[in-house]
Design a protein around this ligand. Structure first.
Ligand code: 5AD
Ligand code: SF4
Length: 440
């Protein structure tokens, strides 16, 4: 039928969705290629979270256009969040894009591609309240064979004032737990050693069985951990307002649930958190961190931070800095606020923090976090961790890299083991990004 090439931008959900898309198109007779020049269909799975994410995609589309100029039969499709946000606007420049498909319409891709083959543009951006692609077995076309994402829910019902996701991914819905466990078992049979359960807000996972109990996220975690003690279970993303002690206790109970939590704070100022409509205060967040430290003393914590949200003052910014210092995050994703059309913030607030102030504040946040990351890594020196080997180090083919339970990357010299093995590694040194160890 033809060859399919796919490029993926944005978050883990998009990586997992691209695997679903390849599965759907494989079933319709398309074969995957990693060579763009070989492709009959080029898809780009896109992100709208910040303006610079979209600008990058526009850049890619001009590159695809050059390929189309040389080989006019090539179809170019935009899928994912930007397709959902911009809809027909993506078809304005007639020769750039042939196909626009939103995150809930991937089952329609084979039909839509057929339409474009007879020279029409095709678009489906319908959002769904039910679609979870539960029955589709994702094709892991770009994999280390060790670790795989498993989608447990889609969409988001929070209405954070800055965020485009509720518009691009629609309402929250959970996937049938039996299909999740089946996918996990299939992965184990294929040799995978780690699953990462993903959703926009995993703490809201909820499945109501007819005539029996409701499965919440804590229960799902436990069921997944029980599939095999040899399987590592990770998850992302948690939400401060919804993360329960029950989840933390399940993490403590099972050694194979990894001790690492991604808990986005966004701001350390209660006033800004209120404006962001996050639904928690600085104190609430600190209490959640304290609960993690109490129940899971060896748990790593990472976060997301936005600098320069509407009306943010120096005092608000200092609240963010002091919270970062207090929490001692192991890792953080840090961003400048980027206004997105139709969000509550765009409609009701003024994006009034000057660009230079946003940059200056972001720099201060990054500098502080870099110092803390380096400090927390130094504290790991001398400790022994169980590491799951993920691959050969980029710097030396005599070294492997892998992760400990805390999701920290450790590089260590080794010849005898294999990718996918668990090994005991003692940390002997730390760079700013990596731990260096020795097998022990
Ligand atoms: N501007 C900047 N950062 C944003 N994020 C979400 N929306 C925006 C925006 N409009 C960040 C948040 C979120 C992460 C995925 O992206 O920190 O947790
Ligand atoms: Fe993921 Fe959000 Fe980007 Fe969509 S907009 S790809 S959900 S990060």
């Amino acid at each position: 039928m033809g060859k399919l090439y796919i490029e993926t931008y944005g978050c883990q959900m998009n990586v997992a969705d691209s695997e679903v898309v390849v599965a759907i198109l494989n079933n319709a007779g398309y074969t995957y290629t990693n060579n763009i020049l070989d492709a009959d269909v080029i898809l780009v799975n896109t992100c709208s979270i910040r303006d610079n994410a979209e600008q990058r995609i526009w850049g890619r589309l001009t590159v695809f256009k050059q390929i189309k100029n040389k080989k006019p039969a090539t179809l170019v499709g935009v899928i994912g969040c930007m397709a959902e946000r911009l809809k027909t606007k993506l078809l304005d420049d007639e020769k750039l894009v042939d196909l626009v498909v939103g995150p809930d319409a991937y089952r329609d891709l084979p039909n839509l591609i057929k339409q474009t083959e007879i020279g029409q543009h095709a678009i489906n951006v319908l959002l769904s309240r039910e679609e979870t692609y539960a029955d589709i077995s994702p094709v892991r076309y770009d994999t280390n064979g060790v670790s795989a994402f498993v989608t447990i829910m889609r969409g988001c019902d929070n209405v954070c004032a800055y965020c485009v996701v509720p518009f691009t991914r629609g309402r929250e819905r959970s996937r049938n737990p039996q299909t999740i466990l089946d996918e996990v078992k299939e992965l184990i049979l294929k040799g995978y050693k780690e699953v990462i359960l993903i959703g926009q807000n995993v703490d809201k996972y909820k499945w109501e069985h007819e005539n029996s109990d409701t499965v919440n996220f804590a229960a799902l975690l436990e069921m997944t951990a029980l599939v095999s003690p040899q399987l590592r279970v990770r998850f992302s993303t948690s939400y401060p307002q919804d993360m329960t002690d029950e989840v933390l206790e399940k993490m403590a109970q099972y050694q194979n649930i990894c001790k690492s939590i991604h808990l986005p704070i966004q701001s350390g100022s209660t006033r800004i958190l209120e404006m962001m409509k996050r639904g928690y205060s600085r104190e609430w967040y600190m209490e959640r961190i304290a609960a993690i430290r109490r129940i899971l003393p060896d748990c790593a914590i990472s976060t997301d931070i936005i600098a320069g949200f509407c009306s943010e003052t120096d005092a608000d910014h200092n609240d963010t800095l002091s919270l970062i210092e207090w929490a001692r995050f192991d890792f953080a994703f840090m961003f400048k606020y980027s206004e997105r059309s139709n969000t509550f913030a765009q409609r009701k607030y003024v994006d009034d923090v000057p660009e230079e102030t946003k940059s200056k504040r972001l720099d201060e946040i990054i500098k502080l976090q870099n110092r803390l990351s380096a400090e927390t890594k130094k504290e790991d020196i001398g400790k022994v961790y169980e590491v799951l080997i993920e691959g050969v180090s980029k710097k030396s083919d005599q070294s492997f890299f892998g992760r400990n339970s805390q999701n920290k990357v450790i590089v260590f010299p080794c010849k005898t083991y294999h990718i996918g093995d668990y090994v005991s590694v003692k940390v002997v040194r730390a760079t700013s990004a990596t731990l260096i160890g020795e097998i022990c």
